[in-house]
Design a protein around this ligand. Structure first.
Ligand code: SAM
Length: 366
């Protein structure tokens, strides 16, 4: 619980950070220094610049559609009539730059986008040159802030028909550049020599595409009801983004990721060590399809489309066996839920929780 005094201080800090962001947008000088701004202020600048870049792309597409519809209906919507209602939902978090966006108008969309991308680049460069404890606080604060935006997005999406896909502002890839601070080198993935002999589904050369989006990870964390000191296992952990995010926000949990591709494991472990998370977070190179390997007991298993049909069957059999001895939560992203849906019904598990437009599905054993 925050006292009224704490709340007032937080509000004042927020206003100061918002003002700094506005000043930067309006100035040609974008030099930022970690000596002058603390991690929380830098996080605020990063989140708002990344968010505004996505917003500018969204406004461009949305305005184009509006004009097309207007033409068909023989009407004309002014820019103010177009943009102001958006501040009631999608743009609500950017209310503090409402005047700026209204004044800059549609002819300046490209310019605003360039400005915001410039701020984002400067922030990340400044943070990258800072000590690891500054970086750790910056990432943690950025994740906390982005979590609020994803909740907002999830609320705005509720009531939309899933089969029509995401409607409105989509933040799935907005904060991907945060990976620069984790130093997740996707070039190694893009340069990898494709192994055509493996029967496993390795997403070779996928780069950032092999990872769950920050929105998925944060929504999963928010909705998994992790008890203190819980254990989490990521089956097919890629570059380790899920573990890194979970460990930063929940240092009490024990997280292990298993991954087939060695360079992904090395990079994930390096990031964990750099941020001092290695006591509770580790990644291991392991082919999970091998019958010689037994999945360790955990409270939560995370599965983002990792396996072939055969490997799913083998891995899920082990988790089901475990669920007869202890309660387990299985978080699935993408098609992975299909493998568990029928089995969970047969076992009379409660109806799973569908979030992120059904992309994320959380099963809990009976
Ligand atoms: C779609 S990615 C998900 C990465 C991560 N869990 C996330 O959500 O960000 C699936 C990962 O599973 C790994 N994988 C596939 N088959 C595997 C196996 N038999 N053993 C271990 N990992 C495997 C792939 O190499 C890939 O990195």
């Amino acid at each position: 619980m925050h006292s009224n005094h704490d709340h007032l201080i937080m509000e004042a800090r927020l206003q100061l950070s918002q003002q700094t962001f506005l000043n930067l947008l309006n100035s040609d000088q974008k030099n930022l220094s970690v000596e002058e701004l603390n991690p929380s202020q830098m996080a605020h600048l990063y989140i708002n610049s990344a968010l505004l870049s996505t917003v500018m792309e969204f406004l461009k597409d949305h305005l184009w559609l509006k004009k097309r519809d207007d033409k068909e209906l023989g009407i004309e919507t002014s820019y103010e009539e177009f943009i102001l209602p958006l501040f009631k939902n999608e743009l609500a978090p950017l209310a503090f730059i409402k005047d700026y966006l209204v004044e800059s108008g549609p002819t300046n969309f490209k310019k605003v986008l360039k400005e915001t991308q410039g701020i984002e680049t400067q922030v990340l460069a400044a943070v990258l040159s800072s000590p690891s404890n500054y970086q750790k606080s910056f990432i943690t604060q950025s994740l906390t802030e982005m979590s609020e935006h994803f909740k907002n997005e999830e609320n705005n999406q509720q009531g939309h028909i899933q089969s029509l896909g995401h409607q409105g502002l989509c933040l799935y890839r907005t904060f991907d550049n945060l990976d620069d601070i984790f130093d997740l080198d996707y070039q190694l993935d893009l340069d990898m020599v494709v192994d055509h002999n493996t029967k496993e589904r390795l997403y070779q050369r996928s780069g950032v595409g092999v990872q769950s989006g920050y929105s998925t990870i944060l929504l999963a964390l928010e909705n998994s009801d992790l008890l203190p000191n819980s254990s989490v296992v990521d089956l097919g952990s890629g570059y380790g983004r899920v573990g890194l995010v979970c460990s930063l926000l929940r240092p009490d949990i024990e997280f292990i990721g298993y991954e087939y591709v060695p360079h992904r494991v090395d990079i994930a472990n390096k990031a964990a060590k750099h941020l001092g998370l290695e006591d509770n977070l580790s990644f291991k190179a392991q082919d999970l399809s091998l019958e010689s390997f037994k999945i360790p007991e955990a409270d939560v298993y995370y599965l983002y489309d990792p396996f072939t049909e055969q490997t799913y069957k083998y891995v899920l059999e082990q988790i089901i066996e475990m669920s007869k001895r202890k309660k387990v939560t299985v978080v699935t992203k993408g098609n992975a839920r299909n493998w568990l849906s029928d089995i969970s019904k047969e076992l009379s598990w409660p109806t799973p929780l569908f979030i992120d437009e059904g992309n994320l599905c959380i099963f809990k054993s009976a």
